[in-house]
Write a protein that binds this ligand. Structure first.
Ligand SMILES: [Zn+2]
Length: 890
């Protein structure tokens, strides 16, 4: 899925405290269980072969009736066939040979047991089961959504989300495990006038005497249960043909054209992957289906029928920012990559989830870089890389590959480590062995395990065969142990036109546990700035090793930031880099800034070194540097909350960002890069959040004036301006924003207004927004996002609200958010006195299911507190020393 995480990481609220982003990023699919229960494998005495499931929704779409014909094989004689089921009422169950099964349930373990008088001998069987299930509004199992079409008519649509853990079993009694693959055949009986889409094309369409339609879909390939999908409703569709594959985008009526951009992205990706994997996309069609609204993740890669929340699939030229476009492109490339990596070859168990997600994330960046080189996707990826590194430097991190024993662990596996560290480690390994050798290994791996399952070691075996280097050892170091290596540059000396750099390997960690020494074989790259000669060396352990470089001058380690490690320089080497900062490529400038901020925050270096670099970022810098600065300054702004020196920091931040805004202007320019547009939007939003009155006034002027003069807001600035207005809103302006949300017939537009209103900084109005989340004015899938957004500016207030109204709020949240919302909200706070109350709340209302997110919140809040006490005084000193610069120029 994307991003879930994947898209979540990119779409996350900007400048949240980095660690809080991590809490968000752990918000998985929103699809799993609210339970700390053990995650059990089914008994291995049977396995599924083929499902024929015929389902009919009730008239009011609150439930469905179904018949399933389960073909399975008995591998060890047994009198009891155990499958997964959840919230299903199972009626009659009978083998085709006539034997009637006694049906019993084990709801706590999500199981149904079909018992027979005598053990079934080895062989194949067909069990016919009648049952009913639920249709709800939550994005789990089968769910419905009310949709208003452009002509004002309301209609209901049905969708499924059967990923990933514990959810397919809400649709049918099923062997719900990724390694228990089978063929699925689906039949749907739906009201006249509606259409349906599923994994495979429609094989047969009939009109029943009742006037209803009966649609039978072609059998799927052998696949995992979590990939099953269907949707029912009225759709617009745009389509195209790519070789043997029909590509389509389904939207709610009136929005088909908004799917063109994603359709092209899908075609680009399929074309590239057909070649890259050496196996053509195996289904006759690949559809993308837009869900009208937003939820806790981005998209889900169901085979042949990818589910997307609208913001991740549709591009409305009036509303879409350049970031939206990039996000759509990257998310599409990610989901399409899963059609091979994930769907064709699937991880054997959730331990190896990264094989799906890390690869899809990496592949998406690769595809995007191929077709949209001007986006500099690897530079943009630095944001997500930072997020992964931040989590990985904390006590709540985990190895990329780790045992998954509980539902909560499985849910939390959909996090930055799995997606983004996975992505970065693959990128580093590809750079180390070379693009061709790496592709050879991937092709062999996919070919060998097609329609089956694999574990991480299977991939390393192929890599080792394809590469002349001992790559498996490096790969294992980075996947089976957690943490971030630190490369220390101890000294660099120039003799006779050659530079010798002494380095050693340590560990970058932000708490006691993460600082414990560990060894990695780190493939290090280094160069003398300006020479284009790159030295490569594997560095391991605390003993110094030497790297020899051509030429003399400042030395930059980790070129292009393609290696997963942080670099700390000795004072002399750093001074040289600082002096030559302007000569470095943007990616390396970005690397120095990212390492600089994080090393200072962790106490490995001091803040003035970083701030001196930040001071050197010119107004016309590469936009990625401004993205970094908005993030860093936004984080510092939150850490400064309640400190006497807060205004001092804000004066600096406003001065620095205003310079960039003067350079960028308020309106997009012809021929400018997409990234410039993204940076402009983020600079405006942060300035508004820092209460820069000029920015707040200008945003409001454009917002109000655009009603009569649309040229005041260019497409890419629409959301930033609405957000800026939302932050500064008084009661009257908030009314205006909310009225626009209510009036809009376009769910994407309505959502932009609602989320902007959620940013309001006035505490009284923030409470009003919280009240709104309990009403139908906020669609259920958006409630979690809104509460989290409000908590960004008002953590304590939101925490009080969430905990006091929990009984009313909880039913409006997906299960994972339900058990983690208080932790996520509190994690935004820099006030550790909130912790005991949070602990009490989790103990009383959530229990074990909230344990891991509680650990994360505790760790985050404790660390923020430590940074405030121990690190921020360095920033205070630097601000005092340099204040004349912005005081004079203001
Ligand atoms: Zn994914």
């Amino acid at each position: 899925m994307t991003q879930h995480l994947f898209s979540r990481a990119r779409a996350r609220t900007r400048w949240c405290l980095v660690s809080v982003c991590l809490l968000f990023s752990g918000l998985a699919q929103a699809a799993g269980l609210a339970s700390g229960d053990g995650l059990e494998r089914l008994p291995d005495d049977t396995r599924p072969l083929h499902y024929l499931i015929s389902a009919q929704p009730n008239k009011d779409n609150t439930g469905f009736t179904a018949k399933a014909s389960l073909r399975f094989e008995v591998l060890k004689p047994t009198a009891q066939v155990v499958v997964n089921s959840r919230d299903l009422k199972i009626g009659k169950a009978q083998l085709k040979n006539g034997a009637v099964a006694k049906v019993s349930g084990d709801p706590a373990r999500h199981r149904t047991l079909f018992s027979f008088d005598k053990p079934l001998p080895l062989g194949q069987y067909e069990l016919n089961v009648e049952y009913t299930g639920l249709i709800t509004e939550n994005i789990e199992g089968v769910f419905r959504v009310d949709q208003q079409s452009p002509d004002g008519k309301r209609q209901q649509m049905l969708f499924t989300h059967l990923c990933c853990i514990g959810t397919a079993r809400k649709f049918a009694p099923i062997w719900d495990q990724p390694d228990l693959k089978a063929v699925f055949e689906l039949e749907l009986i739906i009201p006249a006038g509606l259409d349906a889409v599923a994994n495979t094309p429609v094989a047969k369409r009939e009109t029943l005497p009742t006037g209803e339609s009966k649609l039978r879909f072609e059998p799927s390939p052998r696949m995992s249960s979590y990939l099953l999908f269907f949707a029912v409703g009225k759709f617009d569709k745009v389509e195209t043909q790519l070789g043997a594959t029909k590509l389509g985008v389904y939207t709610q009526p009136g929005k088909g054209e908004q799917g063109r951009f994603a359709l092209q992205a899908t075609a680009d990706s399929v074309k590239l992957y057909n070649d890259y994997f050496g196996i053509d996309y195996p289904l006759p069609k690949l559809d993308s289906i837009a869900f009208p609204g937003a939820g806790g993740f981005g998209a889900m890669e169901n085979w042949g029928a990818i589910f997307y929340f609208e913001p991740y699939l549709l591009v409305n030229p009036q509303l879409a920012t350049q970031r939206d476009r990039q996000q759509v492109y990257v998310v599409v490339a990610h989901e399409v990559a899963h059609q091979w990596f994930g769907n064709l070859v699937t991880m054997k168990w959730w331990d190896d989830l990264w094989l799906n997600e890390g690869f899809a994330t990496w592949m998406a960046s690769k595809a995007t870089d191929r077709y949209k080189p001007e986006w500099n996707v690897w530079r943009m990826d630095a944001e997500s890389r930072e997020q992964a590194m931040s989590q990985d430097a904390r006590d709540f991190t985990h190895p990329i590959v780790r045992p998954v024993r509980t539902y909560e662990e499985a849910e939390l596996s959909f996090d930055s480590i799995t997606y983004e560290k996975g992505n970065q480690v693959i990128r580093m390994i590809e750079a180390y062995v070379g693009e061709d050798a790496f592709r050879t290994a991937i092709r062999a791996h996919v070919k060998k395990h097609a329609y089956g399952n694999a574990v991480t070691e299977d991939l390393w075996k192929e890599l080792e065969m394809a590469s002349p280097f001992p790559v498996a050892a490096i790969a294992r170091d980075f996947t089976v142990q957690e943490g971030v290596p630190l490369i220390d540059v101890i000294s660099s000396k120039c003799v006779g036109g050659k530079t010798t750099v002494a380095v050693r390997q340590g560990r970058f960690g932000l708490d006691a546990k993460s600082k414990q020494p560990k060894e990695w074989r780190v493939p290090v790259t280094a160069t003398v700035v300006g020479t284009n000669k790159i030295a490569r060396q594997v560095v391991r352990g605390a003993a110094p090793s030497e790297i020899s470089l051509e030429g003399c001058g400042p030395v930059k380690v980790n070129l292009g930031e393609a290696g997963y490690y942080r670099t700390r320089y000795d004072a002399a080497s750093f001074a040289q880099l600082e002096k030559n900062f302007a000569r470095l490529p943007a990616q390396d400038q970005l690397g120095l800034l990212n390492d600089g901020y994080n090393l200072a925050e962790g106490g490995f270096t001091e803040f003035p070194g970083y701030l001196n670099l930040a001071l050197k970022v010119p107004a016309n810098a590469d936009p990625v540097l401004w993205l970094h600065l908005t993030r860093a300054l936004g984080t510092l702004d939150k850490l400064y909350r309640g400190r006497a020196e807060h205004e001092q920091l804000r004066a600096f931040a406003r001065w620095k960002l205003s310079g960039a805004l003067r350079e960028l202007g308020w309106v997009e320019r012809d021929g400018e890069s997409a990234n410039a547009s993204i940076a402009r939007a983020e600079v405006v939003e942060l300035l508004a959040s820092l209460r820069d009155s000029a920015t707040q006034k200008e945003a409001l002027r454009r917002f109000q004036g655009a009603t009569t003069d649309p040229a005041l807001i260019s497409g890419g600035m629409h959301q930033a301006i609405v957000n800026a207005v939302g932050m500064a809103a008084d009661a009257k302006t908030l009314d205006d924003v909310l009225a626009r949300a209510a009036k809009s017939t376009d769910s994407a537009q309505s959502q932009i207004y609602l989320m902007a209103a959620a940013r309001v900084q006035d505490p009284v109005l923030a409470t009003r927004m919280l009240d709104l989340t309990l009403t139908d004015a906020v669609p259920a899938p958006l409630v979690g996002n809104m509460v989290r957004e409000i908590a960004q500016s008002h953590p304590a207030l939101t925490f009080d609200y969430v905990t006091s109204k929990y009984e009313t709020l909880a039913p409006r949240l997906e299960s994972f958010t339900r058990t983690s919302v208080a932790q996520q909200v509190a994690g935004n706070s820099v006030d550790v006195t909130l912790l005991p109350r949070l602990e009490k709340f989790v103990a009383e209302k959530v229990g074990d299911a909230g344990r891991e997110t509680l650990n994360r919140a505790r760790s985050t809040m404790t660390f923020s507190d430590e940074v405030r006490r121990e690190r921020l005084p360095e920033v205070d000193g630097w601000l005092r020393e340099h204040a004349s610069a912005w005081k004079v120029q203001q």
